[in-house]
Each structure stands twice: as structure tokens, then as C-alpha cells.
Design a binder for this molecule. Sequence first.
Ligand SMILES: *[C@@H]1O[C@H](CO)[C@@H](O)[C@H](O)[C@H]1NC(C)=O
Ligand SMILES: *[C@@H]1O[C@H](CO)[C@@H](O)[C@H](O)[C@H]1NC(C)=O
Ligand SMILES: *[C@@H]1O[C@H](CO)[C@@H](O)[C@H](O)[C@H]1NC(C)=O
Ligand SMILES: [Zn+2]
Ligand SMILES: [Zn+2]
Length: 511
Amino acid sequence: MMPRLVVLLLGCCLAAVGSMAAEPIETQEQIWTFMKKYGYITEENMVNGMPKDEETKTKSITYFQKMGNMTMTGTLDEESMELMNTPRCGMKDMESFADMMRRKRYALGPRWRQTDLTWNILEDSDDLPRAQVESIMARAFKAWSDVSTLTFSKVTTNEPDIKIIFAAGEHGDGIEARFDGGGGVLAHAYFPTSNSIGGDAHFDEGERFTEGTSTGINLFQVAAHEFGHSLGLRHSDIEDALMFPYYRGYVPNFQLHRDDIAGIQAHYGEGNGQPEEPDTPSTPLDNCMPQISLATRTEDGSAYFANETHVFRRTSNNIIPAGYPKRIGDEFPGLPTNLDAAIFYSPYTYFFKGSQYWRFQNQEMAGTYPRPMSDWRGVPTDVDSAFVWSRNGGIYFTKGNQYYRYTGRENSFYPQPLSHFRGLPSDGVDAAFQYSNSITYFFKGSDYYRFNDSTVMVDNGYPLNTAIQWLGCDPNELLGPPADTGGDATVMVPSMVAVLFSALSAIYYAF
Ligand SMILES: *[C@@H]1O[C@H](CO)[C@@H](O)[C@H](O)[C@H]1NC(C)=O
Ligand SMILES: *[C@@H]1O[C@H](CO)[C@@H](O)[C@H](O)[C@H]1NC(C)=O
Ligand SMILES: *[C@@H]1O[C@H](CO)[C@@H](O)[C@H](O)[C@H]1NC(C)=O
Ligand SMILES: [Zn+2]
Ligand SMILES: [Zn+2]
């Protein structure tokens, strides 16, 4: 009798200040409802609302603990229960057990095709005046536009890309998505989709949203987090990242974590209006590298191009610093020559050669390497190129006329023919990478190809010359006096049939 009375009293008093508190999570039923809501267990693995066996139970709890950066005991200890009762975002933490196997970092969902997005507030907050909420929202968007190619504009229409509402309880997007009053779920948002709801952000009116104080819930922090979802980011298991699922209290002078920045840039590029590709001839002919066998990036924003022995560097502000090309081992101490491929997977750059690989963070080896390629399950030795594909964030390797996707396990679906990446040379490529503009480029011989993720084929007008476009070499020196202007002259207009076919095949290939 007593506890119920307390709850009733509490309910009455909170109702008096305008909100009901979310129920604390205590019972087994509540615990497993939570675990299911956030993706730590699926319906198929449950019987009567509980895990179907001990193994599933331990695994679910372990992943919950991993995501929360707690000791992975596999049993629900006090620390776990405390975290479970911490106010948080209503979005899922993981899609599957396999998803959770990924290293500690951000995770990507779908992305917008356009980078200029609009927003509007369609239902106001009770807590703060409209003008203040608008200025908080604008700042939350700015956190993301400051570090990417994205721009955001406030509009007054009812159908902006990102619709913001404050609502309580069930609010039109399904009973599962209903809000729970003060604490518990603070807000949720929808990933970009072509549906009207894609990108929308909903805030629980049951919270007391505030600005600039540690009482209540800081609206700016919650909004910036939700807009991360609106832009296609999933939860990160890095505790200091904005995309960490739990609210960690008011942080004055809040800033994005480099994990958040790496996530948004993997989707939309770095911005700052930098040109897509360099075209400032500045490199003397003697220093030009007519062919490259490797293209990659490092965490500091540099792009690297290497041949058998030397490496070329372009910094994030598109400058080729003095002293390049350098010997590979002078730039990356410990790396051998004649590398096969490299891939940048933030924050690390991995280099591959034969049956071995090395891991670097910027110009320093990060750990004890080389290690065997067998760490990369399902990936062959002697690869030609490696890249994170901008279309889906997947990790791909090419070898000859075939490609592999790294999935963390043996995968009989691969290899697949490289011809799925339409327009690439049929006998394979030498190098590939995703540049800071988030476009994927392929290199072969003296040429490179820009790949279009929406048509799933090489863009018209390619290939172009790598040394001229990427290494800043003077076309006159490199090619002699112009007879005909090469690449541009051979632009072909695809026929309607080809366009239709390409749209269809883009859908049918699983990649
Ligand atoms: C996990 O927590 C420890 C101890 O608080 C901290 O040092 C570490 O940076 C955290 N790791 C992540 C990925 O957040
Ligand atoms: C690699 O590049 C360096 C520097 O431009 C050049 O001196 C060397 O000849 C190149 N190696 C090959 C095999 O082309
Ligand atoms: C990709 O192709 C589409 C259709 O031809 C075009 O509108 C778009 O600009 C291309 N994307 C890039 C990055 O060039
Ligand atoms: Zn979230
Ligand atoms: Zn909602």
C-alpha cells in the first residue's frame, strides 16, 4: 500500500508543476521492455517478454554495458540499473548484435541527398518563449553546419525538411513512440527518408527544458543530439560524444567531439567551401608522380597519394607542403615500400601489403604492426585498393576485376564483379579513396574516376589526369603542349535507355 501512495503523491505534485515523471525501471518486465526498445534484444529472442535463454540474456546485458562504457559483467549490477534510469534519447542504440561488434565510434544511418536543409518549429514548447527556442535550435544546427558542407535555413512553411515539435504522451507517430513524462525519454528524431516524417525531431513536453543552467534539461544539447539523427547519425558508444545515447547533464560551452565530427563528415564532407578537387598547378615536373598505387587520408585531414616508394601529401586546406613527395618510411615510420592499398577509417589509417597490414593514427603507428590480413575476415591478401564507400559507409576492397565488402566475418556473397561499379576499368583499379568531400574516387594508371553514388556509375567527363588534378602538376609540362584538351572532349550523353537501365540495376545489385 505504502509505495502506491508515494507514487500517487509524487504524481500529484509533479502534475502540479506541469508534468508526470517517467516510471523508474525496476522490474524484470520493465528492464526487458527497455532492452527491446533500444535494440539489445529482438522479439525472436524473447519468450513472454523475457530473454529466451541465459546466453541471450547475458549477451544483451553485455552489449548494453558495452554501449554504456561500463564493466561488461553480463549481469545487471547497480551501475547498469543506474544507467538504465538515466534520462536519454528515445532512439535505438543498436540494430543487431553484429552492429555492436563494430569498434568504438560513431555509426551511420541514411543521409540526405541535398546539403541545404530547411527547418521550422510546428508545435511550441511550454517551457521557453518561442524566440528563445528558435535561437537555441539555430545554434544546435550550427554545431553541425560549422563542421560540414551542410547549411540550414529556418522557414515558415509547414513542410520543411526538419519539422520540430514539442509534444507529450502519444503524439501521432505510434504508441511505441509515445513520450513518458519527466526523465526517461527526452526526445527522438527520424533519420532522413523521402517520407514526410524523415528528419523530424520530437521533444518530450514532459521535460523541463532550460538554457544555461544545470537545473532541468539543457535544450541545446538535446536538440543538437536529435539533429544528429535528423542528419543520419546513429548512437555512438563514446561517452563524451554528443551522439552518446544518455543525457550527461548540462555542459557549459558545449562542443562536438571529434567522433561526432568524423561521423557527419563521413556523410557530408568537410565543408569550408573548399574546391572539390585541386587545380592549382604548383608542383615541379620532377616531383610529379605520374602514377599512384595508393590514395588515402589521415585523421588530421590530409590526403595522401603514394607510388611504390614515395608519398605525396595534401593538407586539409588544399596545400601541398614543401618537402613532398617524401619516402614512405620518412612520412610513416615503420611502413615498408610497395604497399598495395590503404584505407582511412576514422581515426585510423590502415595500410595493406601482401598478407600483412599496419595501423596508423596520422603519421604514427598505432599499436604493434604488421599484423596478418586474417584479422580482416573475408578479405583476401594482395588487395589492389580499399575504400569506405560514400554511398553506404561500407568497407570495400578490390582485387583484379572483383570486389569484397568487409563484414567482420566470412561472407560467401563476395567477391562480386567490380563491373557493378559501372564505368571503372574492366581489369581493376590501382587505388581508391573517399575524399573529404565524401565522394569516392578510383585511380588507374595515370587517370582517376569520380564515382556518382546516385547513378551508381562513374560521372561523365571522367577519367581525368591524376597528377594534374590531385598533385598540382602543370599540364603543359606533364603532357607537352595541348593538342586537344583530352578528357573534356569525350563527354558522352547517356541515352534514355541507359539511364533507365542504370537506375534499375542500381536497385538490384546488393553491393
Ligand atoms: C570509458 O570510461 C572511462 C573511465 O571513465 C574513460 O576513461 C574512457 O574514455 C571511456 N571510454 C569511452 C569510449 O567513452
Ligand atoms: C615515385 O615517385 C617518386 C617521386 O615523385 C619518383 O622519383 C619515383 O620515380 C616514382 N617511382 C616510380 C616507380 O614511378
Ligand atoms: C550524379 O549524377 C546526377 C544525375 O546525373 C547528377 O545530378 C549529380 O550532380 C551527380 N553527382 C555528382 C556529385 O556529380
Ligand atoms: Zn539519440
Ligand atoms: Zn515522436
